[in-house]
Design a protein around this ligand. Structure first.
Ligand code: NAP
Length: 212
């Protein structure tokens, strides 16, 4: 990957944006852009989850659709790319395996930041090898407006002081939009215009995704 034009001398900062993205929406894109600016990220790599380990029994749209919608959504931003690392896996994808994949492929000294929803991080103590995960990267826990911050505080309070400093909270007002909201509207035949980029909206229509 070529160095982005805004890269300052020194190690690269790479954001890894993990999520199911069913579908990706404007809230996710605003989040990635805000994280890019606040944490001086050179790139944000979107990583649609293949078979999320905690969702095996729930119905999730096939990974290829979610990957293609994510690719369409980031097309116009030169700092955003999409990785197939999780969608190409046949077994459940654990974040620790993804982090190890990237940390062994990046130049020494690269700083990795894992960006995801604060709700997802509430369960971090149950994630595979969570302590190693927090040593490999900094977590950016993104929250919606009026998110009860005490919930996350209770969880991080159970971590050692060293690991606790690896989780940062980022409030994103645009995250009032959610994938669940979009799926429900699409199922009811309501418009989803401006909630997700237009090519994603067209993709959902063309493939009849989220219809009851
Ligand atoms: P989720 O339970 O579907 O989402 C929890 C909340 O976070 C939802 O409100 C969701 O909103 C939001 N969210 C998810 N990803 C986001 C993002 N990148 N930016 C902003 N908000 C986001 O969580 P998930 O999407 O399945 O999982 C999130 C990430 O954690 C994935 O990369 C997953 O692989 C990882 N994870 C790993 C383990 C493990 O290794 N054991 C366990 C659980 C999760 P939307 O629905 O609007 O996105």
């Amino acid at each position: 990957m070529p160095l982005p034009p805004n890269h300052k001398p020194g190690p690269l900062n790479i954001g890894l944006m993990g999520g199911t993205f069913d579908p990706i929406h404007m809230g996710h894109l605003v989040t990635a852009e805000e994280a890019r600016q606040q944490f001086l990220l050179d790139y944000v790599i979107f990583i649609p989850a293949g078979l999320p380990p905690h969702k095996e029994k729930k119905q999730v749209t096939p990974a290829e659709h979610r990957y293609l919608m994510t690719t369409l959504a980031v097309m116009s931003n030169p700092s955003f790319v999409v990785s197939r690392v999780e969608v190409d896996k046949e077994e459940p994808s654990y974040t620790i395996d993804t982090l190890r994949y990237f940390s062994t492929r990046c130049a020494p000294g690269t700083n990795l930041f894992f960006i995801t929803g604060a709700d997802a991080i509430l369960d971090i103590l149950t994630w595979k090898d969570y302590a190693d995960l927090l040593r490999l990267c900094t977590f950016i826990a993104v929250s919606r407006p009026e998110y009860p911050l005490n919930k996350l505080g209770e969880i991080t309070g159970k971590l050692s002081p060293e690991l606790r400093t690896k989780i940062h909270l980022l409030e994103i007002p645009a995250l009032a939009i959610s994938s669940t909201f979009i799926r429900k509207r699409a199922a009811l035949g309501k418009t989803i215009k401006y909630l997700t980029p237009e090519p994603v909206e067209q993709y959902i229509k063309k493939h009849g995704l989220y219809k009851k």
